[in-house]
Ligand binder design. Sequence first.
Ligand SMILES: C[S@@+](CC[C@H](N)C(=O)[O-])C[C@H]1O[C@@H](n2cnc3c(N)ncnc32)[C@H](O)[C@@H]1O
Length: 448
Amino acid sequence: MKICPDCKDVIMYCKCMEKYFEKMKSNNKIKVVELFAGVGGFRLGLEKYNFEIVWSNQWEPITKTQQHASDVYVYKFGENNHCNEDINTVKTKDIPDHDMLVGGFPCQDYSVANTLKLAGGLKGKKGVLWWNIEKILREKKSKKPKYLLLENVDRLLKSPASQRGRDFAIMLASLSDLGYGVEWRIINAADYGMPQRRRRVFFLAYHKSTNLYKEMKKNEKTWINDSGILAKSFPCESESQIMYHKSEINGTLEKLTKNFNKNIKNNKSPFNNSGIMINRKFISTKVSSIYTGKRTKLKDIIISNKDVHEDFFVDKVVAENKEKGWAFHKGAKKKIRKDKKTGFTYTFSEGSMSLTDDLNKPSRTIITGEGGKSPSRTKHLILNKGKYRRLTPLELERLNMFPDNFTQKGINGDILASKRAFLMGNALVVGVVEKIGNELEKRIKNEI
Ligand SMILES: C[S@@+](CC[C@H](N)C(=O)[O-])C[C@H]1O[C@@H](n2cnc3c(N)ncnc32)[C@H](O)[C@@H]1O
């Protein structure tokens, strides 16, 4: 009769064995909830490794009756455990327990805390979707996920203009109050050889109970540049010690809302492009990428003109027209504008940019308005083999490192090209998530 070294009971009948079988049953994968899932960029990146999406949520508020992102998601991954409802209406008890929560929460409005109320607990401004994440973590209590992986636009670290960095400070403080330590970094996918110049802030949170949290606490000096998950996934070096910032986020969330960075003369955000936060104390510094591998250029991902539908070609006259064509939109201009609210008039000016995108560089960032025929400053225009044209949905998918034609169909049939462009403008560069997933899996596999 063998005795279990842990609980001292008879092996096979002991609690540890029960736990072991329980774990085996649950297939040992890292269980992930994907919020604001879009067409599943996080899922594509993470499921290459030992992660499994056990529940996902996606609901498009702009087109309530047409849910293209969710339709594509279900078409690709099946309807099991997918929820196409406004996250504001979802009850935490209906979200299964999970090891990790991921999501690129919408960024139109994250002026997080303007109307924070403390009424029986924290209540956030409706529509500011950060608070939906916070609410799930709070209501899950002891079952809260051990890890978070979140993504947002890089200006989150500086918003709002009147109190630079306040919104991020509130997020860090609320995560700290829920028992998490955080590391963050602005990553430009193109700095690591990927086809799109897309700068996004990625932040990872580790619960106090995890080894990663303990390791980060022990190695805070090397975590940002060397030993952290982000540093291992995306090697980097400090630009300058002068940018190094060490400080503490003090006060209740309400006080932070009112006072954070209010009276500082230069009104600079204390958050540089990378940092860590433990127990409301943060260290932030400016790093730059170290990368010597292959660099993907726009020309590497474009398809032959003969495979492009005629809708995407732009007539030379329209492209080069400086009065109302593409050349006008991409050109320098000065305009008198009137502020609708205040009636105040001001001169708006913008410089010129190249009419066509350089095929020998990674692409500019794709935004949601990339689709449609009308000339625009922000859309891509390429000159390929003497012909002007816009980028096709398939090329936009490649810029985000999605599989070819991933968004071509949803459960309700074909998706229009302009909608596919919208979906890619909202999505992320899958290669970035893959790299983080790979490193994270190695470091947490023994804890799951
Ligand atoms: C920045 S995108 C994330 C895209 C995603 N990472 C991907 O790979 O496609 C944010 C997503 O949140 C969704 N969303 C916005 N408001 C929502 C709400 N109230 N409930 C659920 N999803 C919402 C949007 O439709 C959008 O697809």
